[in-house]
Design a protein around this ligand. Sequence first.
Ligand code: ISE
Length: 319
Amino acid sequence: MENLGLVRIGVIGVGGMGAFHARTLAGFAGVDVVAVADPNADNANAVARDIGCIALTDPMQLATSPDVDGIVIASPDATHPDLCIAAIEQGTRVLCEKPLATTLEDAQRVVDAERAIGPRLIQLGFMREYDPAHVQVRNALSETGPIDYIRTAHRNVNALPRPVAQIIGQSLVHDIHSVRFLTGSEFTRVVAHGGGARNGSYRHIVVVGELSCGAHVALEFDDGGFAYEVSVEVLGRNGDVLTAAPSRATLRRDGVVSANIGADWFGWFAAAYAIQDRAWVDSIIAGAAVGPTAVDGLIAQQVVAAILTSLETRQFVDV
Ligand code: ISE
């Protein structure tokens, strides 16, 4: 692979989110997506054909390639730790989709490997840090005064039930990070309830907790909703602030006024992903990692573990 002064990127796992990253990155000035890798050759070939790059079927071959400056890891969650570690051991910068890992041990392993190498090389894909609506809320917090309460609401459209560990680890983990990022505080204890039984899992989950700043927190999640929607509201001593929904054209038809907000996060957070990916590329050029860290991934995993325990015991669990 020839280096033409472009930032050379490889994307691992291009079945869904990774294909979105590959196409987004391929559209950036100064970026060459040189290869994609997916054990499913059809996925790899389809994206490679689309953006004009090499298609590989061995993710580890791309993670350990000396011919890339950065790797996006968007393969199944449990594969993230080994791929992250293999890439950073080559000195390659990584944008790893959340979650960092599916177990606390694996998350700790990645954090330890990065520490052993020295400079920070991993950016974790908690992309709401780059979402304009979330950034506006964070900026407004200077006017709302000390936070008393923060509430997140997250609606997914999943026709099929998912195991509860997946709901918390893949989805609610975003809300956990939003709370930490917006408040700058840590979860100290949580209690969780699930409802709307779905094949041994839940349709909705409500988590109530406390933060180190003394604020109360509520995370509300629904997996069987009818449109994708994410919001955060913060109540402060001097004012409250709520995220704006993405603006959508209003459709009038058959006596109904509607706005199509979509059924998945690709539309709702399109700007956030593009801003995140550009910030990551710029950090490769600048030689200094930015954004959410592997440690953020580990801490989020600790909160996930406490929530899962509480769903079983129905008691408050310390984080
Ligand atoms: C998905 O993996 C995401 O990353 C989305 O942002 C999130 O809203 C969704 O619940 C997850 O399943």
